[in-house]
Design a protein around this ligand. Sequence first.
Ligand code: THU
Length: 140
Amino acid sequence: MALQEDVIRHLVDEARAARQFAHAPYSGFHVGAALLASDGTVTRGCNVEISAYSVTSCAERTALFAAVAAGKKEFAAIAVVADLDATPPCGVCRQALADFNPSMEIILVSDDGSYRVVSLAQLLPEPFLPEHLAKHAKSQ
Ligand code: THU
């Protein structure tokens, strides 16, 4: 179902608010995300950089893990706001989001407030999904 303009605007505002808390002392690249669950709740996330760089969490996964930790499992959309132009989620975040909804809507927001909506199915075609593991388990 297409996202309503007012819902998108709300997600953009929430992602912007989340970006204020980005912890990016190494890259200086600040990212905020707002994840919409199917029950209507919105969870914010920001990137959190760690001195051992690979431990860093992107804004999208910070939001996803916080939402899951709060008991959410079904998601409809995520807005992502970075310092400059529309920033698409990295490959790791695409995989993490796809586990919960491979057709989730991704709202890519530019600094001037304009946005573009793409489906995660476009960004990550033919994803590896939990059902692949389930099929394997059944075949054992
Ligand atoms: N980053 C995100 O938070 N989300 C993205 O979609 C792309 C990259 C973060 C990770 C790191 O803290 C910084 O941006 C530079 O890669």
